[in-house]
Design a protein around this ligand. Structure first.
Ligand SMILES: [Zn+2]
Length: 341
């Protein structure tokens, strides 16, 4: 099967021009102007960009959360991704406390059978007794090479520093990568409890109870732990200038730290959480939206390669469900649970 995509705008490392792209057996064979080749199909891309398929390294399809499940499963989510030009995504298998990682992984591979594009998985580790260490090595040998740990959500997903250190020590040896959700969950929970006691329950308090310092502290700690463990670390969904500064400082020293941000942090701000009639709830996710000036710093971080990746952290919940959940659950639970990971 071959395709000729004609007259699209093609940007390569060298050129930005109107060109034809000839694809044969899923491989780009030639890019050039007025290609004279025979193809099974010809597509007119006049007025359009021709870009390679995107890889979204951070999504949550069919993810149980707070008594509900993220509203896209692997079928609808990957179909939507394909429409947007994303041809591969990496989701997360979640190990619940006491569960074997292998069991969780098998469950998520099964969910993924519905996928319509390429996909892979990271492994979320919530429990790492000594007996499970070998499981990590086994997964790496099978090709699953990234493990995500949480410094937030105490009692649910959060692990302590010793666990993070041990996981990093292991990945330092087996060549895998630890991905960190870096926010100081213990302190955030105290802020949340205080806000609720004072009756401060509007969506804006989701951001006000998760300050940027809680993120930068955790990023800094994650980097220090990685350094002590002799392993690289990858910070997921970095949202603030304070946290970015910690990554930048470490990278300047040559420490192997990598980080991603997401479109929501580049394009939206804390003001969106203040939209009237509970509309602000549509902008609740974690880490929360920041003051607008952080956006410029993040864009700069991308330009300077302090941030290496843009992912979506796609983890959708329907507005209606959220509203209903807000009535069903005590607010303390709701505040931490309607957030995405
Ligand atoms: Zn996430």
């Amino acid at each position: 099967m071959s395709h000729l995509i004609k007259n699209g705008r093609v940007i390569t490392a060298e050129h930005d021009y109107i060109a034809d792209v000839f694809v044969e057996k899923d491989k780009i064979m030639t890019i050039g102007q007025n290609l004279k080749v025979q193809a099974d199909t010809t597509i007119d891309a006049t007025g359009k960009y021709v870009i390679p398929g995107g890889v979204d390294v951070h999504t949550h399809m069919d993810m149980p959360f707070g008594g509900t499940v993220s509203s896209d499963d692997f079928e609808t989510g990957t179909r939507a991704a394909a429409f947007g030009g994303t041809t591969c995504l990496i989701d997360f298998a979640i190990q619940t406390k006491g569960q074997k990682m292998r069991e969780a992984l098998d469950m998520w591979w099964k969910k993924g059978e519905l996928a319509t594009i390429d996909y892979s998985l990271h492994m979320i580790v919530t429990d790492l007794p000594e007996a499970h260490m070998e499981d990590m090595n086994e997964m790496v040998r099978e090709g699953l090479t990234s493990f995500k740990l949480f410094m937030a959500y105490p009692g649910v997903l959060m692990v302590d520093d010793a666990t993070i250190f041990r996981a990093m020590k292991q990945t330092g040896e087996n060549g895998a990568l630890v991905c960190m959700h870096a926010e100081n969950g213990g302190v955030i929970d105290l802020f949340v409890q205080k806000a609720i006691a004072e009756g401060k329950k509007a969506p804006i308090y989701h951001a006000l109870t998760r300050p940027t310092t809680a993120e930068s502290e955790a990023v800094n700690r994650a980097i220090a732990l990685a350094q002590m463990a002799g392993a690289p670390v990858y910070i997921v969904h970095l949202s603030s200038a304070d946290a970015l500064e910690k990554v930048s400082e470490a990278r300047d020293k040559g420490i192997p730290v990598y980080a991603e941000t997401c479109p929501q942090y580049l394009l939206l701000s804390i003001e969106d959480l203040e939209r009237p009639n509970f509309e602000g709830a549509k902008y609740v996710f974690t880490p929360p939206l920041r003051e607008k000036w952080h956006q410029d710093k993040l864009w700069e971080g991308l330009k300077k390669n302090t941030l290496q990746v843009v992912s979506t952290d796609h983890c959708p919940f329907c507005f209606k469900d959220q509203k209903e959940a807000s009535h069903k659950f005590p607010t303390a639970v709701r505040v931490s649970r309607i957030a995405s990971n």
